[in-house]
Design a protein around this ligand. Structure first.
Ligand code: ATP
Length: 522
């Protein structure tokens, strides 16, 4: 390796060095740990770079003149002005035995050589190697072709957040992650809760050879609203309350009817309606009418609520299967309710299976971990306000690790996402964020987000991310790799569509002779 500069000063965890190479924030450099282990390199992450020697003010007065040209004209050495003072924070050296970076505890001497970190050092940012069991090759270290490979074990056991402003590449990155999870080295059981129907294009991966090995071929199953069934007994009293939006008086009567059911684990929609009607007397006619009207229009007539059928958990969670729950076309309340019921059943199944309460023949037996991706997570766990799915999500985020349930929360509005939920995601893929309120929420909820990383967020380009947390060895700027399947969340080109539509309309007018006005002279 050829040195690119020399250490000028050291302060706290930062080194400053002078170089003629203009490095970018997030680039990695290294110096040698000369006094302790001479051949050991210490990795550092560049925080900022600034020109070392400012031009004399007089050279800058006239914007028509190039200051460098004035320098040359004055016979001064331009090279002195092409140097940068670069500050980088120490990441450490990779300790194979503990599998993480350790701080060297000694700082470099002034004048120590600094190098651009090469492939050999950069590979240590990844927690796994490409193709290894439990690896997800998500992209490369920005500006290099060194792969960044995440640990799937850590993503699943300690949850993940994917946060970015709209259009920055969130759902594209989710697609890349899902591709990695479905590869033969992972064969994951994954469910994506997809409120906009963006992920069905992933079905193509079933036919791509990279995803096959021996007899393994991933399955991608799209569950659309017509196939979504919730057995009425799966709803709790508070679910009914939230769907029916009743007055306090109505809620009191409704609760009475619900508790009057002879068997709350086994009833039909009409049985509950009968119990409501049975409460009718002369003094409560209008209240009961109100409940009945709400119950008939929101429960009786909705096909997703069924007397007998419900979605089988094993249909949604199966090893080597990516299930896409396409909730487009359903109201936000319905989306929350479906997710709540599903997450509750998943938690119960995994808890019961691990505690040996459910056995092989039981419908609720689920003998493998599961990963749930929640797009638009702020809808399911809002920071302010209620959502039926919020409590169970909190439970899974805090206890899911014991039972092998991982959650990936995807959102473009972290400030609208419950901060407790966000702080439970121990790995983070954070893309461009401009809104200061969102940045503050990230700073408050994600411990690994240092100020210099936060400052980088608005400058990230489409498809660039900062990956931090337990699935990677140190926070790293990453270029997310290209998708193997087509991306489903295409941004619409409004002017293109307007012009195309207008041209079609004009052409229709010109060529439609039947509609042409016939003029007679006399
Ligand atoms: N890593 C990448 N490589 C190449 N193109 C990318 C990458 N990431 C994103 N893009 C491009 O950027 C566009 C926007 O990405 P994407 O749809 O993922 O944004 P988003 O953050 O999910 O937006 P929204 O919040 O509106 O859904 C995509 O259509 C895609 O063409």
């Amino acid at each position: 390796m050829k040195p690119i500069g020399n250490v000028q000063s050291v302060e706290e965890n930062d080194i400053s060095f002078i170089s003629s190479m203009k490095l970018k924030n997030g680039d990695f450099v290294a110096y040698q740990d000369r006094w302790v282990t001479p051949d050991r390199f210490i990795l550092c992450r560049v925080k900022y770079a600034q020109s070392l020697k400012p031009f004399p003010d007089e050279f800058l007065f006239n914007s028509d003149l190039n200051p460098k040209a004035i320098l040359e004209f004055s016979g001064m050495d331009t090279e002195d002005y092409d140097k940068y003072l670069i500050t980088a924070s120490i990441v450490g050296y990779f300790n194979e035995a503990i599998g993480e970076f350790k701080h060297p505890r000694t700082m470099p001497d002034n004048g120590e050589s600094v190098y651009v970190a090469g492939q050999e050092l950069l590979k240590d940012v990844s927690k796994a190697a490409v193709g290894q069991r439990g690896s997800a090759a998500i992209g490369s270290v920005l500006g290099t072709d060194v792969p960044v490979v995440l640990s799937v074990k850590d993503l699943v056991s300690q949850h993940l957040s994917i946060i970015a402003a709209t259009g920055s590449g969130k759902s594209y990155t989710v697609g890349v992650l899902l591709e990695e999870l479905m590869r033969p080295n992972n064969r994951a059981a994954v469910l994506v809760v997809d409120p906009h129907g963006e992920y069905p294009t992933l079905t193509a991966l079933q036919n791509i050879k990279e995803f096959r090995e021996d007899d393994y071929r991933p399955t991608v199953k799209v569950l659309r609203k017509e196939n979504i069934k919730i057995k009425i007994t799966e709803l709790k009293l508070e679910d009914f309350m939230s769907i029916l939006e009743m007055t306090d008086k109505m809620e009191t009567f409704f609760a009475r009817a619900y508790y009057a059911l002879p068997d709350r684990a086994n009833f039909r929609k009409a049985d509950l309606l009968n119990e409501i009607q049975a409460l009718r007397n002369e003094s409560n006619q209008s209240t009961i009418d109100g409940i009945v009207w709400r119950y008939e229009s929101n429960i009786m007539s909705r096909p997703i609520f069924d007397d007998f059928q419900h979605m089988q958990l094993k249909d949604q969670f199966s090893v080597g299967q990516l299930s896409i729950l396409d909730l487009s076309g359903l109201s936000q309340k319905e989306q929350q309710l479906i997710s709540a019921v599903l997450l509750r059943r998943l938690f119960d199944a995994r808890q019961g299976t691990i505690n040996e309460q459910y056995h092989e023949k039981d419908e609720k037996y689920l003998p493998y971990p599961a990963f749930v991706v929640l797009e638009e997570a702020h809808r399911f766990a809002p920071q302010n306000g209620e959502a039926k799915s919020k409590n169970i999500l909190k439970t899974i985020l805090s206890e899911g690790r014991k039972f092998g349930i991982g959650v990936c929360m995807v959102s473009q509005r972290p400030s609208k996402l419950d901060s407790d939920c966000l702080s439970q995601c121990m790995s983070q893929i954070t893309m461009r964020i401009i809104n200061p309120v969102d940045k503050n929420q990230i700073a408050a909820s994600i411990e690994t987000m240092s100020k210099d990383i936060l400052d980088e967020l608005p400058a990230l380009a489409k498809g660039e991310a900062i990956i931090s947390g337990v699935a990677i060895n140190t926070p790293t700027l990453v270029k997310v790799r290209a998708r193997l399947t087509e991306h489903g969340g295409i941004s619409r080109d409004a002017p293109e569509e307007w012009v195309a539509y207008s041209k079609k309309a004009v052409a229709a007018k010109v060529v439609a002779p039947a509609q042409k006005q016939q003029y007679k002279l006399f």
